[in-house]
Write a protein that binds this ligand. Sequence first.
Ligand code: GCO
Length: 462
Amino acid sequence: MEAGGIGTFVSGFPADFGWGTATSAYQIEGAVDEGGRGQSIWDIFSHESGRIERGENADISCDHYHHWQEDLDLMAELGLSVYRFSIAWPRVMPDGKGPLNEEGVGFYSGLIDGLLERGITPFPTLYHWDLPQALEEEGGWMNRDTSQRFAEYAAAMFERFGDRVDLWLTHNEPWVAAFVAYVAGEHAPGGCEDWPLALRVSHHLLLSHGLAVQALRASRAASAKIGFAPNLQPVHPLTGSPEDAEAARIWDGFQNRWFLDPVFKGSYPEDMLAEYERFGVEEAIEDGDLAVISSPVDLLGVNFYQQATVKHDPDSVFLGVAGVPTRPPLTDMGWAVTPEALHELLLRLKRDYGDFDIYITENGAAYPDEWDGGDIVEDPKRVDFISRHLESLSQAIADGVNVKGYCVWALLDNFEWAKGYDKRFGLYYVDYPTQRRIPKRSALWYRDQIAASRLATPQEDE
Ligand code: GCO
């Protein structure tokens, strides 16, 4: 690849900092009918009419299932030290329970070995929203038993990969899996405005997280590090009105504290329990659940995209609170660019929840990139986005936050859920008809940033 040649580089990262990218199984793998894979709720949902823009689905997507070696080579060219991917539960356990599908296990085993051969630390997520459809047919996450099934699946993965994997995540963005799925109805399995169900699901997701943490401690991989990766946002009120201040408190409770408090403090936030009382939330919470959910973790994954600016809006389906993207320019998702909010968030996490390892498990931006047939796709806005977030991160490290790594979302352009393929987040542009990967300027910049950072802080053994 040619030199990145633009931008300045951000300093202040420790020598052993984990430079990474992230992806998820359904968004990149394709090969949905191959290798003995079972169906997931996203296979069903994406084939239902009207669910996904332009009627798209991820049956093929980036076809990473067949291109994984080439994709690992891209990571090696960037000089990555860590790769966050997800294991598709239905690929390794087609029915969500029972015997493992050896072909599926073999796929991830090869991927893990391929990463290790290239000096890249594998960082798998056990659940990035692709619940086996067989379990959905038994009630899915509404059914408390699914938490137990998840722990069994997790235990099987610790058994198979625990000899080579030292970093694990249980859930990706449980807020999305519960509320975007069952209140907004925009994600699989797609129920609408069902608050009692969404809350029950959120509790079962958290319970399954705690059970999986316990399963790790009881496994051969007991000394590995584990955590989860919620999507977190500092929340600011749009105006100084008491209504907007109240809206900000609710949104912070709804999105941040509802997931952080049980894991790190062993209790749900009182104000949110009161808010949710009308939805019968306490019925789902059994004695002892919070002790399981707060089983000690080693790390927190932070998926960060933008600050939330909110106002009171009686018409919003989300507890009378609406988000307002206030400051243009926005990304192609309509999200604000607020790098300073990452620093704010990290300091708040340390203040309110304690001093544990933090990995930025997702951060990135969609822009309408265009490929002209050449060797590089120019994406100056993404270079600017990533470098400004790294500045903010470096400031948080200087201020004493224990940040261990940073993963750009995403390595490749991919299937952006209900938005389909139109939203491009990748460091590499994917030309879907040919499956060719073309580096964007941001990939070259990121590679040079990683190299510059290593040069500034040489490893002891170099
Ligand atoms: C999420 C997921 C990713 C998305 C990314 C961009 O945050 O929704 O973890 O799968 O693709 O965040 O929206």
